[in-house]
Design a protein around this ligand. Structure first.
Ligand SMILES: NC(=O)c1ccc[n+]([C@@H]2O[C@H](COP(=O)([O-])OP(=O)(O)OC[C@H]3O[C@@H](n4cnc5c(N)ncnc54)[C@H](OP(=O)(O)O)[C@@H]3O)[C@@H](O)[C@H]2O)c1
Length: 315
């Protein structure tokens, strides 16, 4: 079968379409014939070598990709609740010997797989599981009551967009930052208040503080503004980092780290995400669908910034 392979770390051109053996039958796993797999920022880090420590136990070529959609082609021993042919989407952990999502066929633990609602096109579904789970995890870490104010940086992005939609659905008051060109998108996603994105994190955070003078009850930092983001949070509030960075405890603010591979209860969370997608509460956003041979272009586009929605590789 074909897969996207990284045989050596480096610039996007190291990405290649490689030939790999079909994945084995594994107890507790299902095998999926992949229709599409999303390209996420983590793929860029895996490709550049930033995550080499996580990959050191495994043998290249490494297969990137953290979510996929397709048809279920086999259930491993011990798996119940799925049938061959089901339309499914999956969260995939690429930091394993089985590799990531960007392959024609993948083997995934059954608790990372859920049926795709009929109303959601299979290709678009590939962009939901990983970032949907991360938004779900971030909101769980903050545990804000309905009516509380949540700030979401990077709300125009894939993770931020789902965080806005999920937060609004849970009755939170959502404040997000955006360029003027993205203001309508953020409002459509459900932001109650959109502040203007500044030229740097300090300016953006100052805009949040003007809009919410006492500070937000919680903040999901999907733009990775870093330590300055703390200034947008009220005393005793909460902040979720979406990448590791130094954010020293200050003013009683609780700082959490989202790490989607550690999502507790992901099977139930995936069911919830699928049900919300069926109701149109969560809307997978596909920026462009590319063939595997163009995955290096997808990395370059994501690196440049300005992509709105997810780049999807169709197999
Ligand atoms: N911890 C985890 O488990 C986990 C899981 C999922 C994602 N993540 C991380 O979360 C981040 C977001 O992921 P994503 O898939 O949503 O990426 P994305 O689709 O590229 O979205 C990022 C958004 O942030 C905006 N942004 C970047 N720098 C900004 C700044 N200085 N000020 C304001 N906005 C800024 C981007 O705008 P432009 O395009 O205009 O730059 C874009 O709209 C990534 O760093 C990703 O690695 C972590």
């Amino acid at each position: 079968m074909h897969a996207i392979g990284i045989s050596t770390y480096g610039a996007p051109d190291v990405l290649a379409v490689v030939e790999r053996p079909e994945p084995p039958t594994v107890p507790g796993h299902v095998r999926i014939r992949v229709t599409a797999a999303a390209v996420n920022p983590t793929d860029l880090m895996l490709r550049s070598g930033e995550l080499a420590a996580y990959m050191s136990p495994f043998t290249p070529p490494f297969i990137p990709g953290m979510d996929a959609s397709g048809h279920l082609e086999e259930t491993g021993p011990g798996v119940t609740g799925f049938s061959v042919g089901d339309r499914v989407m999956a969260f995939v952990n690429p930091f394993t010997a089985l590799g990531g999502a960007q392959a024609e066929s993948i083997s995934v633990p059954a608790d990372q797989v859920v049926r795709v609602p009929e109303s959601v096109p299979l290709v678009d579904a590939a962009g939901l599981p990983m970032n949907g789970l991360t938004a779900h995890q971030a909101l769980g870490l903050l545990a804000l009551p309905p009516g509380a104010t949540l700030a979401v940086t990077g709300g125009a992005g894939a993770l931020g967009g789902y965080a806005v939609q999920l937060a609004r659905h849970r009755g939170l008051r959502v404040v997000a930052d955006a360029y003027e060109a993205d203001r309508a998108l953020l409002t459509r996603l459900g932001a109650d208040l959109v502040v203007t994105r500044g030229a740097n994190p300090a300016e953006t955070v100052a805009a949040y503080r003007r809009a919410v003078p006492d500070g937000a009850d919680g903040l999901i930092d999907a733009a990775v503004l870093g330590e300055p983001a703390l200034s947008a949070v009220r005393d005793g509030g909460g902040l979720v980092k979406c990448r590791p960075y130094d954010a020293p405890a200050t003013r009683g603010i609780q700082v959490h780290q989202a790490f989607v591979v550690d999502h507790p209860g992901r099977a139930a969370a995936l069911q919830e995400l699928a049900a919300l997608a069926e109701r149109g509460v969560l809307t997978p956003r596909t920026a462009e669908v590319l063939p595997p041979s163009e995955v290096a272009r997808a990395h370059r586009l994501l690196e440049e910034g300005g992509v709105r929605g997810r780049l999807i590789v169709a197999f």
